[in-house]
Design a protein around this ligand. Sequence first.
Ligand code: TNX
Length: 776
Amino acid sequence: MKYVRIYSGPMRINLSFLLVLSLFFNCVNSPKEPEPITLIPKVKSLTVNDGVYELNQNIKINSLELFDDVVSYLESYLKSSNFLVSKTTNSSDIIFKQDTSITNEEGYVLDVNQNGVIIKASTIKGAFYAVQTLRQLLPNALENGSYKAKQLALSYLHIEDAPVFSYRGMHLDVSRHMFPVAFIKKQLDAMALLKLNTFHWHLTDDQGWRIEIKKYPKLTSVGSQRKQTLVGHKRNKPEVYDGKPYGGFYTQEDIKEIVAYAEARQITIIPEIEMPGHSMAAITAYPELSCSEGPFKVREKWGVEKHIFCPTETTFKFLEDVLDEVISLFPSVYIHIGGDEAPKEEWENSVFCQALIKSKGLKDTHELQSYFISRMEAYLNSKGRQIIGWDEILEGGLASNATVMSWRGFNGAIEAAKIGNPVVVAPNQFCYLDHYQSRSASEPLAIGGFLPLKKVYMFNPIPEQLTKAQSQLIKGAQACVWTEYMPESSHVEYMVYPRLLALSEVVWFNEKDRDFKDFQSRVDSFFQRLEVMEFNHANHLYKVEGQVNFKEKMTISLNNFSDFPVHYTTDGTPPNEESKVYTKPVAVNGDMHLKAASFNASGKIKDSEYEETVTLSKAFGAKVEIAPKPNKKYKGSGYKSLVDGILGDSERFKDKQWLGFQGTDVFVDLQLNKPKELQVFKTRFNNAKGNWIYAPRSVRVEVYSADHKLLFNKSKIIQPSDERHVNFKMALNGITGQFVKVYIEGFGIMPDKKLINSQVIKGAKTWTFLDEFILE
Ligand code: TNX
């Protein structure tokens, strides 16, 4: 779909008038032309031919019993816009044929020609995906029954298609926050549209047990309820709670309904019952499942919980009973048993666990975890099911048939594939849709990270380290939607769409050379379908982003990801179509308040605005030297980000302004372009202790004259604090100097024990993060 660019007012009115007129005719009369083709995920091959096939309101379908469910699906889809289906055995509009030469069970061939629509597949799955492609070829208005014309037009075409990966998934955490049955169904519908076939349903965790288990009613009466919930980011101190009880669960009836809904869309639901960690809700309901005394409460904040299931016979019996009911509800061969983030401290200190380790001839608590998982695996295998677990199930020895879900990067995937076990990849840096999708300060609070649409699109599920044979074990990938910071359904959708579109193309198509521009233009028109389906998708595609550059001079360049023109102002007023059009980087010569946005034919695009405030100090223009170099992940926009007049983001340290160093002191040398009268030196240190970032212990400032004579020399101790940031100020008493040297004594080793990859360790190195250096 191409947009027409128009800048002048009157012309726009003419165009909108035409648009309304054409929409009017489109509604009443037959469509003159088929829809422009927008397919996501991209199909393997597509040829469009001359000619159009028209379907009228009585659509004849010729099919086989094998495809009955797909035909019923299509029938109800069309019926909502008054297209009625009747089955025939002779000449038809839509013909389904079985073709066993199509070797991929999810593959299909779709033809539109003078004989109508012909769908070939070897199984019902392939036929279903052909229908999803057909759905995308038909007008968006069919999605909500608002299509009013009496005909549907389809271009003649030939499509051959099949997925690259057999596991194409989305995960949803309903423990931290819970979402209505209708919402789950709506997501399943979008998944079907995107040809995703696995919904990983994270039903239990520390913050709430959400699946009814008849044998253990307290799991829901107690375990599904928490007294209150943390407000804001988990690293904020002091902690603030909302004081509101939160709870809920899915009844077994709800679950049956959802499973059936998924089945009709060729989606398998893999339920996850977390063990041995992330089990505080269950332990609160049944304290005998723990090795310790408690007291226990359903967790009210995020993060890793130290109380975990105790590997007693009571616990195993409990879990087997729970899994019996889970199995009866979910036909999936795979059952997810979690396995992640289970701190071993409690097992280390438990007399029972130590005795068990001895009696089973195990080495340590890691082997005890492996014993735990293997026992549950054997139980599930005896019921004809297989386990999937997060990559921690590799620690202490992998259960034999287990599939590993690799989330801490690719290491788990590589290790498991080398041993010969199947793998699903969900590396957090590419697949965690709880990460930020833009650097803008106006983003709703998220857990952290930075995962823009393009990064998801560029993701390759096959780690380079694997041989061809080993890569066969990579069954696919999934998006993970952890909902600590997503209390509302609409917020979940904001985080999921359009990034799930990118993931769907990765797992269905996995093209070597990816054309993001092409994808982006398809997303742009796909948005219209999502809007008809009432999805609250994010709009970053149109977002303007800025980048600070230093060549000879400081400039800010603006990028947008669409073809729409960007208009900007430098005085803080909102940009409009009369504002300057951006053509080249904007020079920064003094204080400035830059605002920019993209504009389409109907005006400023929602959520596209970019804003940057530059407040230059006497340090601006200085030559900056830093030793040692900042960590390569946190190097801002270069050394000059210390003196560019732009403050770092107060919430996020992973922006273009903060400079990060780990486990070291830092020396900064500012060389002003001429001697200046200096009253004060100011800066700000990040103190996000939850992320191991600590304000330094002390700072020394020295000022030298133009001829390198020491004029000023003073140190200051920084008092430890729980604030997110620590402001630092040193009076310089109006001396005239040219060289300012700042020695920063890093915090050093972490004072507390910390969790690293779910192990409690001591002695980790802290980080120092520097914000703007201001000289007044
Ligand atoms: C880690 S991924 C977790 C979850 C959190 C998530 C937040 C995994 C197996 N465990 O409990 O919700 O990070 O991104």
